[in-house]
Design a protein around this ligand. Sequence first.
Ligand SMILES: Cc1cc2nc3c(=O)[nH]c(=O)nc-3n(C[C@H](O)[C@H](O)[C@H](O)COP(=O)(O)O)c2cc1C
Length: 210
Amino acid sequence: MKVLLVNGSPHVEGCTYTALTEVASALQAEAIETEIFHIGTKPLAGCFGCRKCGELGHCVFSDRVNDFLAIAGDADGFIFGSPVHYASACGAMVSFMDRVFYAGSNSGKRPFYLKPAAAVCVARRAGTTATFDMMNKYFTISEMPVISSLYWNMVHGFTPEEVRQDQEGLLIMRTLGRNMAWFLKCKEAGLHAGVDFPKQEERVMTNFIR
Ligand SMILES: Cc1cc2nc3c(=O)[nH]c(=O)nc-3n(C[C@H](O)[C@H](O)[C@H](O)COP(=O)(O)O)c2cc1C
């Protein structure tokens, strides 16, 4: 089983990466394969709402969003990490997640369906819980079980060295990794024992005026 960990920071080995590596180490210790996916530093457009993803099965923009969607289907779980920028996920990560989840849900491939997910937020000082809340919204509209830890998933630091000094933050990361590994094993055992995916009804969408 494999977990994809998304580094939404412009810094390839910065504070967010440092937090994600702690989660990854705990997953690996439980025999779960991991891959850290960096969204990169090239500009990422926001979603244009063109809905072409429904026809194409991927986003119209050829960038890291499609790179990610190409491998997401093979992953069993996801951790999305972002630095806090002005008390929210950083702008590139918002664009990335908007398009990943919109194209993912419109593609007909259901790469996230009933796969566990968690958000990890990294800040020098504040804005973590607002960021954590907004990132969790992507999972809870996508039928993804949200994995939690013993505190909201945050670490504090301005440099990787400072993050490594955040003992409680690192404990939260390790616990998150172990909890996700446990959930993945339970899901696999359940499926092997014949607990099938839930029955699904045809999708209905009603606009607010009706
Ligand atoms: C544009 C910008 C906005 C930021 N806003 C906040 C903020 O609202 N709260 C905070 O505590 N830190 C803020 N920071 C600091 C980063 O969250 C912090 O340095 C984080 O560790 C960076 O992680 P990274 O190395 O993975 O990019 C901001 C940094 C930048 C560049």
